[in-house]
Write a protein that binds this ligand. Structure first.
Ligand SMILES: *[C@@H]1O[C@H](CO)[C@@H](O)[C@H](O)[C@H]1NC(C)=O
Ligand SMILES: *[C@@H]1O[C@H](CO)[C@@H](O)[C@H](O)[C@H]1NC(C)=O
Ligand SMILES: *[C@@H]1O[C@H](CO)[C@@H](O)[C@H](O)[C@H]1NC(C)=O
Ligand SMILES: *[C@@H]1O[C@H](CO)[C@@H](O)[C@H](O)[C@H]1NC(C)=O
Ligand SMILES: *[C@@H]1O[C@H](CO)[C@@H](O)[C@H](O)[C@H]1NC(C)=O
Ligand SMILES: *[C@@H]1O[C@H](CO)[C@@H](O)[C@H](O)[C@H]1NC(C)=O
Length: 624
């Protein structure tokens, strides 16, 4: 099902924010909530999602202390379809941080954590990993995405491991240039993998609240040590003001730079290792500020930064690069990781120690192309007309994420438009009871259509003839009625045409009949009365009910007329003959009579043929 969010207040919010450019657009949704909710500490307003349909609202169990204190969630059982979406409208064009918190239906325990996939605007951004309920920074998914179309679709895809359960959705505007580096275009979505605040401090969201709202409210996980103990590194913290911390485009909180990890003499290298998904690109942001009082000037702490064995930054001198002590320095780089490990090593020059304040790792995901919107609308019309059961879950985009296409839909990337198109539809054997709507003709790239073995009724749409790329048309074993539209003769690419076991009647179109004999394999058997091509009865012996009646009436009328005329003629002739017989007394009576009856039968037969032919050419009489 498609979940719609249309609240007039949002429009107002948009006008306010355009009048006062300081305030970024922000909307927060409490899933399953029947009324707006205000949460304490941060005084955050969460909106009800009563405008949405589908899914089931339930009381929420929050898996982590960082999960917002909301009481409800919405979960999506598989019986409602494998994918379910929130479409949030009236989101002004811009750059956004979209964050989704997961909830649990019932108690927090191993085995009841659902595992599912999440997509934003058709691009899969995340797959939940087993054990997420035990890791605070995995109880939500977050991605930075450009929204250009006044709305955003966020979909949840079942993977067969429990029902997706969503606690909240946040859509927070951030700076247009936030986290953007030269090699990224707008076609890149950045998913938050890790945000570490090194040294002392608490794991929390709130640090960003104190800063600039354009920062987007990030979660910083505190890490006291990269090692198992304090032998390799030690935390440091200060309360001194930090220069250049919170500014465009990323607006980092100052507290991020007020604590750090410093390596020890016994282990001068500082190494952070993170397990990641292989064969992905990661954007790495490293934060520094010289807050250790053992360093008082440039040149006293110099180190190299090595990421997965590559020397990424050489001779980093924080004081020199940032311009002063207690001044923020941010370095960013993008790395392709082939294996499962991302290792960042700070290697100091002889006699120095390494220091680091914070690390951010984001996955750079190429945004997916979408499906041509006219074809999406056509499929939605089909979904209704054919009466697709909810388990099909035709929600979101039909072709993307590529891992979760709509069931029964085959897609192809159209090189010229850069969009996805539908080239196959296989809804055979699904117990469908609806009809095939005209909208099918808007799937202009369709090559295969298999609706075999359902209970689809109604006529075969005329417009089907416009799908000239169609190679396979299988409508067999349904209850299609009426005649085969003449337009199917335009399907010049057709290789297979199965219309057997339906209630079709009338003449197979001449255009189709001619070509079928050569190139297309076909099956027309077991219908209500098709005729006109070799292998089928000749037309006239098997006609539709209406056709039979009209021809029956016509034939009887002709028969009567003939009899009347013949009788008149015969009587006249008899009179003449009698007159002659009286004179001649010759030729037996019985013989003349035999001749006459055979004459009548032959005439009737011929006449019938002529009539059928005319009726078929004029069409409508047989289309009843
Ligand atoms: C949710 O919790 C409230 C009380 O907190 C209770 O009244 C309600 O019945 C619960 N709903 C469900 C579906 O369990
Ligand atoms: C945005 O909307 C326009 C018109 O509604 C449409 O043509 C375009 O394809 C949409 N773009 C995306 C990325 O959805
Ligand atoms: C990673 O980046 C490289 C170069 O920018 C690109 O060719 C490649 O497709 C990207 N890989 C993924 C998985 O996005
Ligand atoms: C990221 O690093 C590149 C050089 O690698 C630099 O040009 C760019 O300004 C940096 N971006 C930010 C926001 O610091
Ligand atoms: C259509 O689907 C049915 C199964 O439901 C299959 O037997 C048939 O071969 C398919 N038709 C074509 C032309 O592939
Ligand atoms: C044609 O259709 C009939 C009835 O639906 C079926 O029994 C027969 O096997 C089909 N023939 C071929 C060649 O598929």
């Amino acid at each position: 099902m498609l979940l719609r969010f249309l609240l007039p207040w949002m429009l107002c919010f948009a006008c306010v924010s355009s009048a006062a450019p300081q305030a970024p657009f922000a909307t927060r949704l409490s899933c399953g909530a029947r009324q707006n909710v205000q949460t304490r500490a941060t005084n955050t307003l969460w909106h009800e999602d009563i405008g949405y349909t589908g899914g089931i609202a339930a009381n929420a169990t929050r898996p982590s202390y960082i999960t917002p204190p909301l009481r409800t969630l919405r979960y999506f059982p598989l019986s409602e379809g494998p994918q379910n979406c929130y479409i949030v409208d009236r989101v002004p064009k811009g750059h956004y941080s979209v964050r989704i918190f997961f909830g649990l239906v019932g108690r927090v325990r191993d085995g009841n954590e659902p595992l599912f996939d999440i997509s934003i605007e058709g691009t899969q951004i995340y797959s939940l990993k087993s054990g997420w309920i035990h890791q605070d920074d995995q109880v939500f998914a977050e991605a930075l995405v450009f929204l250009t179309n006044d709305s955003v679709s966020i979909c949840f895809h079942s993977t067969g491991h429990g029902d997706p359960a969503i606690l909240s959705i946040e859509i927070l505007q951030i700076d247009d240039k936030a986290y953007i580096v030269p090699e990224f275009s707008q076609g890149i979505i950045l998913r938050t993998v890790k945000r570490l605040s090194c040294g002392y401090g608490q794991s929390k969201f709130d640090v960003d609240y104190g800063g600039d709202p354009w920062g987007g409210d990030r979660f910083w996980q505190r890490v006291k040590s990269f090692g198992q103990d304090y032998e390799t590194d030690q935390p440091r913290s200060v309360e001194t003001m930090i220069k250049h911390a919170s500014h465009s485009p990323n607006y980092y909180p100052e507290t991020l730079y007020q604590s750090a990890l410093v390596s020890t003499n016994s282990q001068p290298d500082l190494t952070y290792t993170l397990e990641v998904d292989p064969n992905r690109n990661y954007s790495v942001w490293l934060h520094f500020a010289e807050i250790d009082n053992s360093v008082t000037a440039a040149g006293q702490r110099v180190f190299d930064i090595i990421i997965n064995g590559d020397l990424t930054f050489k001779n980093v001198d924080i004081v020199e690069l940032s311009g002063d002590l207690y001044t923020a320095l941010v370095l960013n780089t993008t790395v392709t990781v082939n294996g499962r490990i991302l290792t960042i090593t700070l290697k100091p020059k002889k006699g120095n120690l390494a220091i680091i304040n914070a690390i951010e790792i984001l996955e750079a995901i190429m945004a997916e192309s979408k499906t041509i919107s006219d074809e999406v609308r056509a499929l939605q019309t089909l979904k209704k007309a054919l009466g697709l059961p909810p388990r099909f879950g035709w929600n979101g985009d039909p072709c993307v994420p590529q891992k979760h296409p709509w069931s029964g839909v085959d897609c192809q990337l159209d090189k010229s438009s850069g969009s996805w198109v539908i080239d196959g539809l296989g809804l055979d054997n699904q117990g469908l009871k609806g009809f095939l709507p005209d909208a099918i003709s808007r799937l202009l790239n369709l090559q295969i259509l298999n609706l075999s073995r359902n209970n689809i009724h109604g006529a075969i749409p005329f417009s089907l003839g416009t799908l000239t790329g169609l190679q396979v048309l299988d409508l067999s074993y349904n209850v299609f009625g009426g005649s085969i539209p003449e337009t199917l003769g335009q399907l010049t690419s057709l290789k297979r045409l199965n219309l057997n076991s339906n209630l079709l009647s009338g003449k197979v179109p001449a255009t189709l009949g001619g070509r079928l004999l050569y190139r297309t394999s076909f099956n027309f058997t077991d219908n209500a009365g098709l005729c006109g091509i070799p292998g089928l009865p000749t037309c006239g012996t098997h006609l539709s009910a209406g056709g039979k009646i009209s021809i029956g009436i016509g034939a009887s009328f002709t028969f009567l007329l003939l009899i009347t005329c013949s009788v008149c003629w015969w009587k006249r002739r008899q009179n003449i003959l009698r007159a002659r017989q009286i004179a001649a007394r010759a030729a037996p009576y019985a013989k003349a009579r035999t001749h006459f009856s055979r004459d009548i039968q032959m005439t009737k037969h011929h006449n019938n043929y002529g009539k059928t032919h005319t009726a078929a050419e004029n069409g409508p009489i047989l289309l009843s």
